[in-house]
Write a protein that binds this ligand. Structure first.
Ligand code: PGA
Length: 231
C-alpha cells in the first residue's frame, strides 16, 4: 500500500514565483518515487497555478454559495481540480475558532461535492487525549457514512511547529486509540507534528501510520523529497 505524504504549506510562500519554484522542484524530485502518494496543499490563491501533482486545499466553507465574504466553497475547489481538503486543522480551530460542529458541516459539504477529506484531530498539551479525540471524532463525523473518502490526521497540537515531535511509541498508542474510537470504521491514519527528513522513516515504518502530514519541512523541496523517499 502506498504511503500518503501531505505537504501543508500553511501561509507560505509569499509569491507565485516562489510557489511555482517549490512545486516544480518537488514535482521533479518525487516523479520516480512510486511508493508514496504526494498531496500538496498550498494557499487557495496558488491552487489554479500548480499542475502535475495531487492538490489539496487547507480549508473550505461549509456554505454552498451566497453572502459569505472571504469564503471559498467546496464546489469552487472541485471545479479547480482540487481532490483533497484539510478540515479541522488545529490552527483553524485556534485562529478561526472552528468548532467540531463547523468541522462536521464542512466534512459533509465536501463529501457531497466529491472531495476527499484530511480530517485533523489532536489534543493540546495537558488535555486528556482520549476525551479530546473521542469528542473530535464523534462530533466531527456525526452522521457521516461515506468514510472511504476520509483520512484522519493525528496531530498533537503541542507537536505542531515546535520541533517536539511525538515519540514513535506514543504515536503508535494514539493510532491504536483512534482505531478503537473509530470502531468498525476502517480509515487511513496519518501522523503530523514536527515531521522532518530525519524522523519520517521511523513513523512510516514503526508507528502503524498510513502516511504523514508535513508543515514546516514541506517548504524546503530537498527535505520534503527526502521525506517522500523514506516512504
Ligand atoms: P509542522 O506542521 O510539520 O510544521 O509541525 C504540521 C501541520 O500543522 O500540519
Amino acid at each position: 500500500m502506498k504511503k500518503i505524504i501531505v505537504a501543508n504549506w500553511k501561509l507560505n510562500p509569499s509569491s507565485q514565483k516562489e510557489a511555482e519554484q517549490l512545486f516544480d522542484a518537488v514535482k521533479e524530485g518525487v516523479k520516480d518515487l512510486e511508493s508514496a502518494k504526494v498531496i500538496i496543499c498550498p494557499p487557495y490563491v496558488y491552487l489554479s497555478l500548480l499542475k502535475g501533482l495531487t492538490l489539496g486545499s487547507q480549508n473550505v466553507s461549509y456554505q454552498e454559495k451566497g453572502a459569505f465574504t472571504g469564503q471559498v466553497s467546496a464546489l469552487m475547489l472541485k471545479d479547480l481540480g482540487v481532490e483533497y481538503v484539510i478540515i479541522g486543522h488545529s490552527e483553524a480551530r485556534q485562529y478561526l475558532a472552528e468548532k467540531n460542529e463547523d468541522i462536521n458541516k464542512k466534512i459533509k459539504e465536501c463529501l457531497e461535492e466529491g472531495l476527499k477529506i484530511i480530517f485533523c484531530i489532536g489534543e493540546q498539551d495537558g488535555e486528556d487525549k482520549e476525551t479530546v479525540l473521542k469528542q473530535q471524532i464523534e462530533e466531527g463525523l456525526d452522521g457521516v457514512s461515506d468514510v472511504e473518502n476520509i483520512i484522519v490526521a493525528y496531530e498533537p497540537v503541542w507537536a505542531i511547529g515546535t520541533g517536539k515531535n511525538c515519540s514513535i511509541e506514543e504515536t503508535k498508542s494514539s493510532v491504536a486509540l483512534i482505531k478503537k474510537l473509530l470502531g468498525q470504521i476502517s480509515i487511513k491514519i496519518l501522523y503530523g507534528g514536527s515531521v522532518n527528513a530525519e524522523n519520517a522513516s521511523g513513523y512510516l515504518n514503526e508507528a502503524d501510520v498510513d502516511g504523514l502530514l508535513v508543515g514546516g519541512a514541506s517548504l524546503k523541496a530537498e527535505e520534503f523529497i527526502k521525506i517522500v523517499a523514506s516512504a
